[in-house]
Design a binder for this molecule. Structure first.
Ligand code: IMP
Ligand code: MG
Length: 229
């Protein structure tokens, strides 16, 4: 499923207006009413309540909450159709994929199971090296199963390449990838990614599960990181 393309804005992220948030109305973003026009209010509300140094790292919103909802529903519909007569096992890659996985799984309307892996990739805060260490392995064997790896983002592709090799060696019936985001400009290895949500420019992003030094996973949208270094 080809990704939707997110255009790169000319300007860099302006930390003072993450989603046009108004600090005087922090209750504006109400997660219980995700309906019409929620994306900008939700974004503004959440980011402005972070306060101080934290919120100054939150830049331009690249994928609004509303677009995440719509796209995740489309992916779930496609996956439900493609795996209708299979034994689908979602493998969530912790921690970044946690919101994507739970939203996606709720909208899949065929029998589905879930398991998790946690991996750490050696490297700097924003660049993985491809040397991957398993922090938590799957609970159960996947031999003969239809396995769909659910990832937050494919950047260099090195982490995913490792996961595909590792899980592939356990003889699943099928092994595919569903990634919320992809940064094609950064790719170092070519990988089969069957389902992709959004193609984004070469920016380090945070929110909807994605972190910078463990921060900002709780943002309900995907935004560019504003670095202070
Ligand atoms: P890769 O091995 O370079 O493809 O990187 C994969 C992992 O790095 C992802 O699963 C993310 O956890 C992390 N990552 C890559 N790009 C970003 C980003 O822009 N924001 C947050 N995490 C990222
Ligand atoms: Mg990650």
């Amino acid at each position: 499923m080809p990704p939707e393309r997110v255009a790169d804005a000319a300007s860099d992220g302006d930390a003072s207006t993450p989603g046009g948030g108004d600090a005087s109305t922090p209750g504006g973003g109400d997660a219980s009413t995700p309906g019409g026009g929620a994306a900008s209010t939700l974004g503004g509300g959440a980011a402005s309540t972070l306060g101080g140094a934290a919120s100054s790292e939150v830049g331009e919103v690249l994928v609004a909450a509303e677009d995440l909802r719509r796209r995740v529903a489309e992916l779930a519909e496609r996956i439900s159709a493609d795996y209708a007569s299979r034994s689908l096992l979602l493998v969530g890659v912790l921690k970044g994929a946690m919101f994507f996985l739970s939203d996606l799984m709720r909208l899949i309307d065929i029998p589905v199971e879930v398991d998790f892996m946690a991996v750490a990739s050696y490297g700097s805060a924003t660049d993985s090296s491809g040397v991957v260490r398993i922090l938590k392995d799957l609970d159960a064997a996947i031999e003969g199963r239809d396995v769909l790896i659910v990832e937050d983002i494919v950047d260099s592709g090195l982490t995913l390449q490792y996961l595909l090799r590792n899980l592939g060696s356990r003889n699943p019936r099928t092994l595919e990838v569903c990634a919320l985001l992809t940064k094609p400009e950064r790719r170092k290895v070519d990988l089969p990614t069957r389902y992709v949500g959004f193609e984004i420019p070469d920016r380090f992003v945070i929110g909807y599960g994605l972190d910078y030094a463990e921060r900002h996973r709780n943002l309900p949208f995907v935004a560019a990181l504003v670095r202070h270094d």
